[in-house]
Design a protein around this ligand. Sequence first.
Ligand code: ADP
Length: 521
Amino acid sequence: MAITEEQRFWLERDFVLELLKQLPSYVFWKNKDSVYLGCNETFAQSLGLSSSDEIVGKTDYDLPTTKEESDAFRADDQQVMNSRKSKLNIEEHQTLPTGEKVVLLTSKVPLLDKENHVIGVLGIYSDITKRKEDEEELRKAKEAAEIASLAKSEFLANMSHDVKTPLSGIIGIAELLTCRLKGEDLKFAQTLLSSGRQLLSFFDNCLEIFKLESGDITLLTDHFSLKEVLAEISHLFQPAVMAKKLTLNIIYHDPIPDYLLGSRAGLYRVLLNLVGNAVKFTHEGFVTIHVHLNKESILTLIVEDTGIGIAQNKQEIIFERFTRLIPSYKGTYEGNGIGLYIVQKFVNTMQGEVHVKSEEGKGSEFTVVLPVQIGEHPSTTEKKLEDTRTQNINSSINKLAKILLVEDNTVAQWMQSALLSSIGGQVEVVDSGEKVLEVFQPGKYDLVFLDLGLPGIQGDVVSRFIRKKEKGSGYHVPIIALTAHKTENINRHSLDAGVDEVFSKPLLREQINQIMDDYLA
Ligand code: ADP
């Protein structure tokens, strides 16, 4: 009697059966009604069966799996057979005879006879319970770390605000007093001011360390002019250089493209610390910044000084945080031993290196090697700033500037408006973003000082509102944003919202002067 195609198929299975038995994966096959026709030994063992033959004729409902699990298995079987398409990597759940719940990664393929009729389904799966548990643990650990990091960032932001607000009050009032007092009282006020400033700088540095260590510093890449950064740094240290009768030189050993692509903010911080140290620890001679750029776009900056130098055996530890070779109680040099630690962190973040070469009594050379790229003309925001800066800088403001001060803290309101008035501003104070929406008209103000952390409508929204209102009017009031917690992201976000420049609180008198010069001269 001739055998049917279906019978032939099941006879031939003996050939593969032996092969399947050897497989470490779990394999089974069922007929069109999801009735088991066979499985390998691994599968049988997992279900507590004494041999693979025991599975024949059973359905999932006869096994220790729950009804829901069996329903799901059956639904998948039927889907694969009806669609005639394989279903790969389905995650399934199964209850074992021991009561243990396992997770399976299953692939099911339809079984076809030679005439292409669906006659059953073949399944193969692995037990991924351990992997899932590991993944879950990892997810939980990551979630806990994210919560902790968020809590830390929030704590830092709150602490910045809570410490800087009263500190701003102290510094601001000390600034005002130094303008009003005379004789010994003036000296008291000056000491109060310089102590306040030292405390502020120490606090800012500590915050920076927290941020660096929690990986909170993101150095965004910009198109920027290296020559402009160096000119800014040189300009900043000019008073100290002149007071100490030093010379500060910048030597370009290679042609430098107009714009480079890299982290302007990172480079600025690095130079600020290195040139600051060079000027601080040099009493006669010079400080020179050497600039090299090779064909592979490797930028080398060497800050050389003829200062006190650093002993050979101390040259590594100076990069550790809070390390100062001349301790603070000696009172010779200001500082808190954080600068070089920050330099190294920033340079590393920029994929660069920093080295020191120095001889005691002769001078030091700090070399920074950074990969950069050739940049393009910067964005219009920066161009606008550049244009403003190249205008004639003149400290005297030839008219009484109308200033809108948006600040919710009463001490800061009072102090800043007193400072601004003393410099020549006619100040209108509002304590919320909502009030700006009411009072602002294009052309009404010459300058806006805007606190970013307002209680209701936030500073960035206020800035966008001002720019929208000005659209088509021909006016563009400079908006100076203030924040207690300045980061690269906040900076970028605020510039995108139409702010002209972002400053860290508190604004010092010389910064206000500079802002007035830059934006109102
Ligand atoms: P700070 O200058 O605030 O003390 P830094 O981390 O910038 O902290 O520097 C650590 C120490 O390294 C300084 O206190 C000083 O002893 C030494 N140092 C750094 N730069 C120079 C330099 N150019 N010349 C001599 N000593 C230096």
